[in-house]
Ligand binder design. Structure first.
Ligand code: NAP
Ligand code: GLV
Length: 334
């Protein structure tokens, strides 16, 4: 039996699965604990199930020496120091695949909302009433069908965004770390350098992980390459974009608009963005559908159960840490 600390509201049936296997489960449902709070709350835990708002770094791992597995409730693991975990023989897992389609749907929801000015139109109707049908209304937007979509990061989510674009008759460009010949063929997508993608695309959707290489991938220089009528959608991570530069470009009309699900300093949102009408903002809800969140919880529990039983977790992020060496945490429990 091991102690599993879950630091977010969780589906009771998934917590129950852990208990049925004999594990003790403690759940923190409030605001993020912060590092000291996490260490205090998860004392003696051998497994953590954490939301993206929690950071697990060297200090946390040192404060929780019995932890053998950290299960992240998300695919991106930039909130975890994976190298530090690997050095300590701690397994890190994430939730790929199960959230791909929901996140691609949200990217499209943002793209369409900005292009067709859905949020502005809704707000104005509620505030001012239905203005009557006019031929040249206040909320004239942009065509989507038949235009050019540029996808930055052509992995699971990027390709799912591209699949939807086929229904919109779009030309699909992509830029990614490695070329994807099979996806190019299947989706009719064309690999181009990032600068060309930014110059040519009517819509740019960011789907890269946050790494040292992708931090501020889109700054003032890149925004200046985009068309005046282009829309930027970010469902990746906030720090991939220089938020101040984006706010300036939007304010000055250097690009048409933006749809943002993620922010540089979550939960803070750049105050200039909040003032702008040509940006649609959502609070990091890419994977937030009932069914997807249930699948993510189930996968996190599968990962923890496997790790605690000495089996390889299904979605292990650091295979270098497998198989675990017999360390202090393991010896304490045997
Ligand atoms: P993925 O399958 O690993 O795809 C990421 C793609 O980005 C890969 O094709 C990767 O190239 C490429 N890439 C990595 N570094 C790059 C670089 N420096 N330049 C260009 N391309 C680069 O991951 P995914 O499942 O699609 O998820 C992508 C990211 O979306 C996650 O890491 C997370 O941050 C974010 N996300 C956000 C939400 C949300 O709620 N908004 C939900 C889910 C995910 P390779 O193929 O060569 O590895
Ligand atoms: C969400 O942002 C995720 O990485 O799953």
């Amino acid at each position: 039996m091991a102690k599993v600390a879950i630091t977010t509201q969780f589906f009771p049936e998934e917590a129950e699965r852990l208990r049925r296997e004999g594990h003790e489960v403690v759940i923190h449902e409030g605001d993020p604990l912060g590092k000291a709070g996490l260490i205090a709350f998860a004392k003696d835990a051998e497994a953590l199930i954490i939301p993206l708002a929690d950071r697990v770094d060297e200090e946390v791992l040192q404060g929780l020496p019995r932890v053998r597995v950290v299960a992240n409730l998300g695919v991106g693991v930039d909130n975890i120091d994976v190298a530090a975990a690997t050095r300590r023989g701690v397994l890190v897992t994430n939730t790929p695949e199960v959230l791909t389609e929901a996140t691609a749907d949200l990217a499209w929801a943002l793209l369409l909302a900005v292009a067709r000015r859905i949020v502005e139109a809704d707000q104005d109707l509620r505030r001012e009433g239905f203005p009557g049908w006019t031929f040249v209304p206040k909320h004239l937007g942009l065509d989507v069908y038949g235009r050019t979509l540029g996808i930055v990061g052509f992995g699971r989510i990027g390709q799912a965004v591209a699949r939807r674009a086929r229904g919109f008759g779009m030309t699909i460009l992509y830029y990614s770390r490695t070329r994807k010949p099979a996806a190019e063929e299947a989706l009719g997508a064309r690999f181009v350098p990032l600068e060309e993608l930014l110059r040519e695309s009517d819509f740019v959707v960011l789907c890269v992980p946050l790494t040292p290489e992708t931090r501020r991938l889109i700054g003032a220089r890149e925004l200046a390459l985009m068309k005046r009528e282009a829309i930027l959608v970010n469902v990746a991570r906030g720090p991939v974009v220089d938020e101040a530069a984006l706010a300036a470009a939007l304010k000055e009309g250097r690009i048409w608009g933006a749809g943002l699900d993620v922010f540089e300093r979550e939960p803070e949102v750049h105050p200039e963005l909040l003032k702008l009408r040509n940006v649609v903002l959502t609070p990091h809800i890419g994977s937030a559908t009932w069914a997807t969140r249930r699948r993510m919880a189930a996968l996190a529990v599968d990962n923890v159960l496997a790790a605690l039983a000495g089996r390889r977790p299904p979605t292990l992020v650091n295979p270098e840490a497998w198989p675990p060496k017999l360390g202090p945490a393991v010896m304490c429990t045997t």
